[in-house]
Design a protein around this ligand. Structure first.
Ligand code: DC
Length: 224
C-alpha cells in the first residue's frame, strides 16, 4: 500500500509522514532527500546542468541508500553519509534547479517506484500523488500558512545555529513555492483526489492522528 503525502516546503509534511509511517509500521520515503543528494553530487562534482552528457554520467554512476533513524532520513551517496550535508544552505539554494531537470526526475521517479513496489510505504514529496504513484491508495496534501511555515523553518535552522528573520524566510518560501509549482516537469500541485490537511493550527500529534485514523477507517471499510 502506498500513502502519498505531498505539499510545499516547511508545510509540516516530513514530520507528519515520518510519524504516520511509524504509527502504521510502514517504510518512510523522503523523496526531497533524494533530490537533495543529487544536488549535493552536482555541486561536489561541479556538474554544469546545461551539459546533458555530464548530468547523464553523474546519474548513471549514482548510488543512493536511504534509511530512517530517529528524526531524520539517513542518506548514503556512493558510500558516503551525506545526511547532514544535504540540508546545507548551498544545497537548499540549488535543489529547485536540479530537481527541475527531466533526466534527474526520470532517474529518481524510477527509483521511488522500485522502492514502493516492494513494501508498504509512506512517500513524501511534491509529485507523489500526481506523477509517481497516481494510483496510490491514499493521497494527502499538506498545507500551512506562510507565517507558520517560516516559524517552523526558523526553529529548524536555529538547531543548526543559523539565525534568519521570519520576513526573510517567508520570502525564501514564496520563491521556492513559485519555482516548485511553475516548473514544466511534475510541478508541485494537489492531486484531484487528495485530501487537504491544513496544519497551521494543528499540533504534530493532531495531524498524524488525522491521517492514521483516515487510513485505518477507510482500509477497514475496504476490507469488509
Ligand atoms: O522536501 P524538501 O524541501 O527536502 O525538498 C527539496 C526540493 O526537492 C524541493 O525544493 C523540491 C524538490 N522535490 C521535488 O521536486 N519532487 C519531490 N518529489 C520532492 C522534492
Amino acid at each position: 500500500m502506498i500513502i502519498a503525502i505531498d505539499g510545499p516546503a516547511a508545510s509540516g509534511k516530513s514530520t507528519t509522514a515520518r510519524l504516520v509511517a511509524k504509527g502504521l509500521d510502514f517504510t518512510y520515503l523522503d523523496t526531497g532527500a533524494m533530490y537533495r543528494a543529487v544536488t549535493f553530487a552536482v555541486i561536489e562534482q561541479a556538474v554544469n546542468l546545461n551539459d546533458k552528457t555530464q548530468l547523464h554520467t553523474l546519474l548513471t554512476g549514482i548510488e543512493l541508500e536511504l534509511s530512517t533513524r530517529a528524526e531524520q532520513t539517513e542518506i548514503v551517496l556512493n558510500g558516503n553519509d551525506v545526511s547532514e550535508k544535504i540540508r546545507s544552505v548551498k544545497v537548499t539554494g540549488m535543489v529547485s534547479a536540479v530537481s527541475a531537470e527531466p533526466a534527474v526526475r526520470k532517474a529518481m521517479v524510477a527509483l521511488q517506484r522500485r522502492i514502493g513496489a516492494k513494501q508498504n510505504c509512506v512517500i513524501e514529496g511534491r509529485d507523489i500523488g500526481t506523477v509517481v504513484f497516481p494510483d496510490a491508495e491514499f493521497k494527502f496534501y499538506i498545507v500551512a500558512d506562510y507565517a507558520t511555515r517560516a516559524a517552523r523553518r526558523q526553529k529548524d535552522l536555529e538547531k543548526q545555529s543559523e539565525h534568519r528573520s521570519l520576513k526573510d524566510l517567508i520570502e525564501d518560501l514564496k520563491i521556492r513555492d513559485i519555482k516548485d509549482s511553475t516548473r514544466t516537469h511534475s510541478p508541485l500541485r494537489q492531486a484531484a483526489d487528495a485530501i487537504i490537511i491544513d496544519t497551521s493550527n494543528l499540533t504534530i500529534k493532531e495531524q498524524v492522528t488525522l491521517i492514521v485514523d483516515q487510513v485505518k477507517r477507510r482500509h477497514n471499510k475496504v476490507k469488509k
